[in-house]
Design a protein around this ligand. Sequence first.
Ligand code: AMP
Length: 284
Amino acid sequence: MKIIKNPKQMSNLSLSLKKQGQKIGFVPTMGYLHQGHLSLIRRARKETDIVVVSIFVNPAQFGQGEDYKQYPRDLKKDKQLAQRAGADIIFAPGAADMYSQGYQTYVEVQDLTKGLCGASRPGHFCGVTTVVTKLFNIVQPDTAYFGQKDAQQALVIKRMVKDLNLGLKVKVLPILREKDGLALSSRNRYLSKKERQQAVHLYLSLREARVMINRGERSAAKIKNKINHLISVGIDKAGIDYIALVDTQDLTPLKVLKGRVLIALAVYVGHTRLIDNIIVRIKK
Ligand code: AMP
């Protein structure tokens, strides 16, 4: 497996691989890899000839006071995990390689980034779409793999690829969870033992929402109240950022549930902000 830090070197290699007719699969990550990331790498391994995994904690997508500095990093372990999962190349640039002095160009997707995480993390999605565009330009993937864990991000990237005619396929894969249901996340390592135990209530509340809907509940407000209650009771230091029931395609809030509904939430468990979501198909 090759480790490349220099963007020019990465793009030269990608261009020569493509000239040889190789299909490039790409998995962008911020590292500290877990089984969720590895599921994307494994899928890329199955579907493409060359698997590139980027590891880059992108300063542009962190707001002031967020965890850019503390974000967990372990490149040595990431290399082993990525290789075992089938990666051929790790692209791990430094911040200065990606944002040289005088940097001033940003990519922005408009409406889709206004709600949910976009509302509480201003500038976040602009940082994401900018870095992902740069990574796409450098790596030149045929297919890029993202996780449903970051549901809004996946939609935003798909929109951007379409709007800017980037000409690659975007695949969105299911959320991998711990045995108890907590969605895997690099940020789970911030949790104390007690917080970790209680964090499962994010998932349990989503599951309960699904049960309510399957029993016929169609009021978004009632489901939101239930989720709110379950999280507040289950987690001592819960700070609810948002609980949203929205259309899966355009993320518009729903009052009365219909079609395919994304139930998404962001909750602080102590100081750690966790996100999770499920999609529920409403039967008539
Ligand atoms: P991150 O390193 O958190 O930026 O995540 C990199 C990619 O892995 C993103 O496309 C995420 O949506 C995806 N991902 C993160 N956690 C999970 C998970 N639990 N299951 C599936 N994919 C995930």
